[in-house]
Design a protein around this ligand. Sequence first.
Ligand SMILES: NC(=O)C[C@H](N)C(=O)O
Length: 328
Amino acid sequence: LPQVKILATGGTIAGTASSSTQMTGYKAGDLGIQVLINAVPQMKDFADVSGEQIVKISSNNMTDAVLLRLAKRCNELLADPKVSGIVITHGTDTLEETAYFLNLTVHSDKPVVLVGAMRPATAISADGPLNLLNAVKLAADPQAKGRGVLIAMNDTIGGARDTTKTNTTNVATFKATELGAMGYIAAGKNYFFNQSTRRHTSASEFDVTKLDALPRVDIVYSHANADRVPVDAFVKAGAKGLVMAGSGNGSLHEWEEKGAAEAIKNGVVVVRSSRVGNGPVTVSVKRYTDEGFLNGGTLNPQKARILLQLALTRTHDPKEIQRIFDEY
Ligand SMILES: NC(=O)C[C@H](N)C(=O)O
């Protein structure tokens, strides 16, 4: 049987509540990985499974330090020819960020699959056990090789780059709304249809082996009447980069634009992204390009932040960073 390692970080998939009907206000990350493995003995028919507890957190509390630990551990484990794939159990709130981070920092074609749950382990119709079984089968499936980091949730295979959490509580929350799912899990099988054309895993230039911290990058959310106060505060806090969650095609209020343009002059790298959720942020108003703003493409603000952090570990040259945003 293929060897699949499960790295556990907590989340609702390991969450417990005081009754089977309690779907909110539960304790995320309560159960250890062995309890989750014991609850799904069916996994043993498909893979030789063993677990490792990395942290036990609700994923809204994810940190750069844990991301780095996960990437390093994945690279170590996948370098072992005996290991076929990795599953990471994770809270759903920031699962897409961890998935994209690993998509850029794991240098292997072997499958790495992120999985979580929307209902705690103690809930009626808990979604965790089947999601976990699906994730392990996907990590053991040679078809899943070379596609970048995957997300297995609700019988759907999502790609790390384009999949996002779209609903606060529903089990059908992970979607790549316009770019689409990579595939389905149906009748016990994995079916692949789509693939990302962007660089990832083995083709990625990012190497975190020697890093123990990441550069500070903050997200500024645009809105009517937005001024420069958040930009100035982040710059003062030491931000090396900013992602602007602009309106529409990365449009900024002229008041916040002024602050951000000044930050660029002082060496902060500023990427325009969008709060809209679909479509590329492109060169729009020529002035933005003249002021040195970079275009975030189709990455949502939280993923643009991850890519900008990694880009800043390699270069501060805006041209190079725009090249990175165009390729990943
Ligand atoms: N469904 C979940 O997993 C939500 C939880 N707060 C988490 O992200 O850890």
